[in-house]
Ligand binder design. Structure first.
Ligand SMILES: Nc1ncnc2c1ncn2[C@@H]1O[C@H](COP(=O)(O)OP(=O)(O)OP(=O)(O)O)[C@@H](O)[C@H]1O
Length: 739
């Protein structure tokens, strides 16, 4: 049955093809020449019958009005793009009809004998530019919907970001048709739907691009669409045959329908209808042209080009392009991106945006996949079709990823530039592939990742494979650190012991990295372990510290450690779940750790900001202390002799550790304590002896004012300006002043 259907479709394609090959002059009759507006617009001929049709006036949607304004202003330098947009719309209209006919979705076609084609013509004396196609056409409601509103939401936002961006995105965001108003002060669209079941009436849509458009029923409109532009004074060059012919040739080489330009009343074909992807090879020049054609641009060249043809497991002929990484899409606009690769079956376009075959994280690639095994009317409901799409997707995506691996080996520098542009998408790919594709591409994707690392210089990127090759014998883990930048990362206390032992650490700077390592867990037989995690493996795996013999160095005894743990817990209370001593610190006194890394905690907190009970404040923290650090050992000495100072020191120690972890939301909360600490420091410098609660005898005596400052209003700022230690009753300094 399937085979019979396919044979039917093939016969149909052959018929359409035969029609297309008939001698042009014989089959070409500009049917639109006959179409007559009945009212509203002056008729160019006497109508066949003169039923009074009325003209409806519609307002453009507010968004469309703004868009029209911006488009018209932004495109003044590259005016000819309107020709590209109109040819592309005409070709899409033919493509749509061919597809709907082939799949029997349109059974009764209007003007069935009209071949699928596009014709451009001009009239210099009347300042006219005309393009007509015999494609799908539009009904009355479709006219309002398609030409009265912007096709894709978000396009206006994009355009408003800056005028210079505008010309680049025309075509990408469905604003193509509106580019006509850059060159025309009047646009007339004659159209009739191809589907007889939807009606057989023709319409004329007219607008000057200011605020409204009119629609009038028109007699004798043939199937398809004719767009007639009355050119502005500064755009009359587009009513010249030579200009239009040159532009049309430039934009139509790969259009799969015959395109004509009318010359001395006769239609002259201008395109070769090449399906580049069906050829076994192509020149660089051809690829360049095809890439520009697919991107809807007249500039730019592909960074990478891949032609892929195979017969197994499916019969695939394809062409892929990766645009310059400098023009990689912004992540802001990739929420619901359009796939830049189309799906064909024996040259007939089945889907313009091949979702289902090309995953979202590769949406920025341009190209065509032609698979003869693909039915024309693929349906998401049919299991068989879904499986076929999956199979095709698997083959194509794997080929693309392996191609990138080869390119990375061939020219690492070029690859690194590519990676810098598209790294986010490859990483997002790992997460999406896990969620929706059983991580089938995981290994291939992981091989494409590149990172900076602690053992190499700034800007040098390595792969995970290289990391493993560089690792020390017996190293079980891939150590990584998510940090905002290299300098912050390397100066973090979490990095101390790794730097001391020259253990290589991958430095990750993108927010998405933390999600990636959580999603994939490991590479080859190695596990990802964050240097700021509380993971136990991490200690086992590291060499014993190579410390210089220092017999004088005081180290807290177990008993002292236990006493100190109790004290710290009593000061910090529920802020920490555990206080422990570890030897992972080299020159810092303390760090905080928890089951999620500090970086992850921070990201989740900002994601949950404003929501009640975010839970991320309550994930238990551990304070890890160095038993050898002089601040810690000295602190232990004053636990009993000067408890108030010890309390302040513990609080500050904890906050410093949170600052190092990047988890302190707002450092302003530290201000009052920091001022106390500063005050102590200054008074210490001035000779105040905290143990005795008096100035040392040799120092200038300034304590009198300090003593009397008890009754004065004092803020942390004002106290630092006094001449003795603050003794304001509301001040914590009162507590620390030796009794
Ligand atoms: N010649 C035509 N025949 C039939 N429909 C057309 C034609 N030209 C435009 N349209 C309809 O008007 C819509 C809007 O066209 P426009 O060029 O503004 O955006 P688009 O073609 O959808 O998007 P893009 O430019 O990204 O391809 C089209 O989607 C199509 O439905």
């Amino acid at each position: 049955m399937q085979r019979l259907l396919r044979a039917g479709a093939a016969r149909h394609i052959a018929r359409v093809g035969r029609q297309a090959r008939r001698p042009e002059a014989a089959r070409y009759r500009s049917s639109f020449a006959r179409c007559v507006p009945i009212s509203g617009v002056a008729p160019s001929r006497t109508p066949r019958w003169t039923r009074p049709f009325s003209t409806e006036t519609h307002e453009f949607k507010a968004e469309t009005k703004k868009l029209l304004d911006i488009v018209a202003k932004s495109l003044y330098t590259d005016k000819e793009v309107f020709i590209r947009e109109l040819i592309s719309n005409a070709s899409d209209a033919c493509e749509k009809l061919r597809f709907l006919q082939t799949t029997q979705q349109v059974k009764d076609v209007s003007d069935a004998e009209r071949p699928l084609q596009v014709t451009l013509s001009v009239n210099e004396s009347e300042r006219k530019f005309v393009i007509e196609d015999s494609g799908i056409g539009m009904t009355h409601d479709e006219l309002i919907e398609h030409l009265g509103t912007i096709a894709k939401s978000g396009s206006l936002d994009f355009l408003q970001r800056g005028e210079s961006d505008a010309s680049k995105i025309i075509g990408q965001f469905g604003v193509g048709f509106y580019s006509t108003f850059v060159v025309a002060d009047k646009v007339e669209v004659y159209t009739k739907t191809a589907d007889k079941e939807k009606g057989e009436k023709g319409y004329l849509w007219t607008s000057d691009g200011s605020g409204s458009f009119t629609i009038t029923e028109v007699d004798e409109v043939p199937r398809g669409t004719k767009i007639e532009l009355t050119l502005k004074d500064d755009a009359t060059e587009f009513s010249k045959l030579a200009t239009v012919k040159k532009a049309a040739q430039k934009f139509s080489s790969f259009i799969d329908f015959p395109i004509y330009v009318t010359e001395e009343g006769e239609p002259k074909p201008i395109n070769k209808q090449e399906a580049l992807w069906m050829k076994s090879s192509a020149t660089e020049e051809q690829h360049l042209e095809f890439f520009r054609f697919l991107s809807g641009n007249s500039y730019g060249k592909p960074w990478y080009t891949l032609m892929y043809q195979t017969d197994a497991p499916l019969s695939i002929k394809s062409c892929f392009y990766i645009p310059d990484p400098d023009n990689a899409p912004s992540r802001m606009f990739t929420k619901d991106p359009e796939i830049g690769i189309s799906l064909h079956s024996r040259r007939v376009m089945v889907k313009k945006h091949a979702d289902g075959v090309i995953p979202k994280w590769l949406h920025w690639m341009k190209g065509i996949v032609d698979c003869e095994d693909m039915p024309m009317n693929i349906s998401r409901e049919s299991m068989q079709d879904t499986r076929l799409m999956e199979k095709l997707s698997m083959a194509v995506v794997r080929r693309i990823l392996r191609f990138l691996q080869q390119e990375a080996k061939k020219d690492p520098e070029k690859y690194q530039k590519f990676f810098r542009g598209y790294s986010y998408f490859l990483k997002a790919g790992l997460i999406e592939d896990k969620e929706g594709n059983f991580s089938r591409h995981k290994d291939d994707l992981l091989k494409l990742l590149r990172f900076e690392c602690s053992n190499k210089g700034k800007g040098e990127l390595i792969s995970l494979e290289e990391y493993i090759e560089m690792a020390k014998d017996g190293q079980q883990n891939i150590y990584y650190f998510t940090c905002p930048d290299r300098q912050t990362g390397l100066s973090s206390p979490y990095m101390e012991q790794f730097l001391q032992r020259q253990r290589n650490v991958i430095l990750m700077y993108e927010d998405i990295d933390e999600f990636v390592v959580n999603a994939i867990e490991g590479f080859k037989d190695k596990k990802f372990v964050s240097v700021d995690s509380a993971d136990k493996n991490f200690e086992l795996d590291l060499d014993k510290p190579e410390e210089p013999e220092d017999t004088d160095k005081r180290v807290l005894t177990e008993e002292e450690q236990t006493q100190m743990q109790k004290f710290i817990k009593s000061v910090l209370k529920e802020k920490v779940q555990e206080v422990k001593f570890s030897d992972r610190l080299v020159s810092s006194p303390a760090i905080v750790t928890s089951i999620i890394t500090p970086h992850m905690r921070k990201m989740m907190k900002s994601l949950m900001a404003g929501k009640e009970n975010d839970g991320f404040n309550n994930i238990p923290m551990t304070l890890e202390l160095s038993p050898k650090h002089h601040i810690v050992t000295t602190l232990q000495v004053i636990l009993e002799s000067n408890e108030p100072v010890a309390r302040i020191a513990v609080e500050q120690l904890y906050d410093n550790a949170c600052i190092a972890a990047g988890t302190l939301d707002d450092p302003r909360v530290l201000m009052s304590r920091l001022n106390k600490v500063l005050e102590m420091f200054v008074y210490q410098g001035a000779g105040y002896d905290y143990a005795k609660g008096e100035y040392r005898s040799s120092e200038p005596k300034v304590e009198e004012t300090a003593k009397t400052s008890k009754d004065t209003e004092s803020s942390p700022e004002s106290s630092s300006g006094s001449t003795g230690p603050s003794s304001n009753s509301s001040s914590k300094f009162e507590e620390v002043k030796p009794q």
